[in-house]
Write a protein that binds this ligand. Structure first.
Ligand code: UN1
Length: 509
């Protein structure tokens, strides 16, 4: 089945991972070998870029920008509309491949492609709504307004956990804004990126889009550094760990470039004594075990009112006992594997630290072995009661480890929720309006996303997506995130017969 999908896109043996669109450049960087965490099978080898190919790609992108920026935005939107149509046609194939290469459940693989389709639709509408403002000038016979122009090359560095959707959030907006893109996908999931390149290229060829608007640059850390340091790339959008984001942010900042950072989360749900506990349970369990705890929005902490702590944790334990772990392409399973064995090691180290720092396990973790688990990447989702200040709890571990913490007052719960370095997503489960509004108020959650009666993960594309503190401060996807991809220009036009100076300054000759 996966073989058929690869064949459909001409992917076999060692495939170039460097492309400016129709052209695939022979890469001179290391070969990235992609194998599936589902069954350990090798998928394909991808030849990554050397420095010379990076320069060639950046030059092609720069050239393409000169033309693309002059296409009317609605025409660029029409091309993106067709990408959305192509993604609809390829949803099953791409969704399966995402599930197989990354390890998320098939439902989530399809969901990821749906998220791509949704952002295409959003971007199409946006292509007619890149609105500026008009202002009233203080001078007679003058008009003032601001307009938004394309910015240039957008560098996109994406992570393995959403191997294709996060690229599309950036690329679709960047394209309608008139930018061109260079995408460095995660070295752990290069094959899904090849497929995206093929899908886009078919649409671009049919529309005579210039070569260089959609560039792929497979590579590791070095390729990310080239992008971050290059003054030809005015905007770098990076998704990944806070450690990576700090390195990218400082390299881009050192050259006064613009960066859009979407980094780690340490997301909590407050379970109030006034919550609908049965309803809350679904949000908590999906948030904690969905994508095997490898979303930046995964629920890592539950802050539970003391008087419902026993009742709610009992429900959680029962739910965890029913979880089916196994091949994510089998739709009966809830939880698939972690991305690779390194991730399994990090999960195991985290479990040791939880114990060493005083945590008490309500559901024990562990690595699964035997038939069906040959890849060595399947782990048990687990739950531990901890204190919020433990060092391990303050860190984001990309694995299905859920921490439970007790609270007495809402004030204390909000303080615990905020008391971590990260600030991406948060939620409260309560039927009490006062509690909900306090959580959403200026003195409430300090995160970029704050929800009531839904979980922390699974945000819709229509809202701005991102968070504060160590999450990096960037906002991608919906709302006015498009402004990141454009440069703003203020224009003042004098249509009078004199040239009065602002602030009433007299300057006679
Ligand atoms: C990510 O994990 O980097 O809100 C993105 C969500 C998804 C996107 C997650 N829509 O969980």
């Amino acid at each position: 089945m996966i073989k058929d999908i690869l064949q459909q896109f001409n992917i076999s043996g060692t495939h170039s991972g460097v492309s400016t669109g129709a052209h695939w450049l022979p890469g001179t960087g290391p070969v990235l070998s992609s194998s599936s965490p589902v069954d350990g099978q090798h998928i394909a080898d991808v030849q990554s870029a050397g420095r010379a190919e990076f320069d060639a790609v950046a030059a092609a992108a720069g050239q393409a920008f000169k033309e693309w920026r002059q296409w009317p935005a609605p025409k660029r939107g029409e091309v993106v509309r067709q990408i959305g149509e192509a993604l609809r046609r390829h949803k099953t194939a791409l969704g399966k491949l995402v599930s197989y290469e990354m390890g998320k459940s098939l439902q989530e693989g399809y969901g990821e492609v749906q998220e791509m389709i949704d952002i295409c639709d959003f971007a199409v509408g946006l292509s007619r709504q890149l609105y500026g403002l008009t202002m009233h000038s203080e001078r007679p016979g003058h008009r003032m307004y601001e307009q938004w122009h394309p910015l240039g090359i957008t560098g996109i560095i994406s992570a393995f956990n959403f191997p294709v959707a996060v690229w599309s959030w950036n690329a679709m907006l960047a394209w309608v804004c008139g930018d061109v893109c260079i995408w460095k996908p995660s070295e752990k999931t290069p094959v899904t990126a090849l497929v995206c390149q093929y899908i886009v290229q078919q649409v671009f060829a049919a529309n005579h889009v210039p070569e260089g608007v959609c560039c792929l640059l497979a590579g590791g850390r070095e390729a990310g550094e080239w992008i971050a340091q290059d003054t030809r790339i005015p905007l770098v959008s990076a998704t990944g760990s806070s450690r990576m984001g700090k390195a990218v942010g400082s390299a881009v900042g050192a050259r006064l470039g613009r960066s859009l950072l979407e980094l780690g989360g340490n997301n909590a749900i407050i379970i109030s004594a006034e919550a609908d506990l049965d309803m809350a349970l679904i949000g908590c369990v999906f948030g904690a075990v969905g994508t095997a705890g490898q979303r930046c929005t995964s629920t890592r902490r539950l802050i539970i009112a003391e008087n419902v702590f026993e009742a709610f944790t009992q429900k959680l334990v029962n739910a965890y006992q029913q979880l089916r772990i196994g091949n994510p392409l089998d739709e009966r399973n809830h939880v698939g594997p972690l991305i690779d064995k390194d991730a399994v090691q990090m999960y195991l180290q985290a479990l040791d630290q939880v114990k060493a720092q005083g945590g008490r396990f309500l559901v024990e973790g562990g690595v699964l072995d035997g038939p069906g688990f040959e890849s060595g990447c399947y782990v048990r989702p687990c739950i531990a009661e901890v204190q919020n200040h433990y060092d391990i709890v303050q860190h984001e571990t990309f694995a299905p480890i859920l921490y439970v913490i007790r609270y007495k007052t809402l004030e204390e719960a909000i303080a615990l929720q905020n008391d971590v370095p990260q600030g991406l997503s948060s939620a409260i489960m309560t039927l009490n309006l006062r509690e909900a509004e306090a959580f959403l108020s200026a003195a409430g959650s300090d995160c970029g996303i704050a929800n009531v009666n839904i979980g922390t993960s699974g945000a819709e594309i229509g809202g701005a997506f991102g968070g504060e503190k160590d999450t990096g401060g960037g906002r991608e996807s919906g709302s006015d995130a498009w402004k990141n991809y454009m440069r703003r220009q203020t224009n003042t036009i004098n249509y009078s017969t004199s040239l009065p100076l602002a602030q009433g300054i007299e300057f006679g000759l």
